[in-house]
Design a protein around this ligand. Structure first.
Ligand code: CA
Length: 228
């Protein structure tokens, strides 16, 4: 069940939102001021925080900045009576994922809640793939060995990402062609061999067995520990 924290000082509003969310199958919890909202949001993990802008002790934007500065990446939907464009920009700059001006219609709130909780579930927290001192970051498109950056072409990168993502799994030539090249008919049959040899030159250390293992007559596999 997805968990939602509602930080809102107006009790009727908070109670109504919590009830509607519970009816929709969410676990909803309320906090009536900024201080308790901030500590709940940092102490526990939620799928979404619905955060009111105007709170008695500190503003929603201050809370949001504090959460983001503290590394809390939970999606935040800001609620506010303000609908000034500058405020909206300020909220988004502070790290809000969406913004809903009061008064709002409940179906609109629910639609945004669905979108934000879905987005969060789809985004993996850590996308970087690692093996020993080798790391591949698909978001920034960077491969490193230790501190040293290894320059790869887009195709080399895609091939390495596929192999490295499932160490030990043997990928057949046809799967590699389908996945990395997309149109096997237009690719030379030795393309995979060529790209594997490029990758080995760039990745492997002299005198050490290759990270990419040839499985004769079948295809290739990535080994997390060269020589294993
Ligand atoms: Ca308020």
């Amino acid at each position: 069940m997805k968990r939602i924290l509602i930080v809102e000082d107006e009790e009727m509003m908070a109670g109504m939102v919590a009830r509607v969310l519970r009816q929709e199958g969410y676990a909803a919890e309320t906090a009536g001021d900024g201080g308790s909202g901030f500590s709940r949001a940092t102490d526990d993990s939620f799928d979404l925080i619905i955060l009111d802008w105007m709170l008695p002790d500190r503003s929603g934007v201050q809370i949001l900045r504090g959460l983001r500065a503290g590394g809390v990446g939970t999606p935040v939907l800001m609620l506010t009576a303000r609908d000034q464009i500058e405020d909206r920009v300020e909220g988004l700059d502070a790290g809000a994922d969406d913004y809903l001006p009061k008064p709002f219609a409940l179906p609109e709130l629910l639609a945004r809640v669905r979108a934000l909780t879905r987005r969060a579930a789809e985004a993996p927290a850590e996308t970087t793939v690692r093996a020993g001192d080798l790391s591949l970051d698909p978001v920034r498109h960077v491969v490193r060995r230790g501190d040293e950056r290894i320059e790869l072409t887009a195709r080399e990168f895609a091939l390495l990402h596929l192999l490295m993502g499932r160490p030990g799994q043997v990928f057949t030539r046809s799967v590699l062609l389908d996945t990395v090249w997309g149109m096997p008919g237009e690719v030379q049959t030795n393309a995979i061999e060529m790209y594997v040899s490029y990758l080995r030159k760039k990745l492997d250390r002299r005198g050490e067995p290759s990270h990419i293992r040839t499985v004769r007559g079948v295809g290739y596999a990535f080994r997390a520990e060269p020589g294993a």
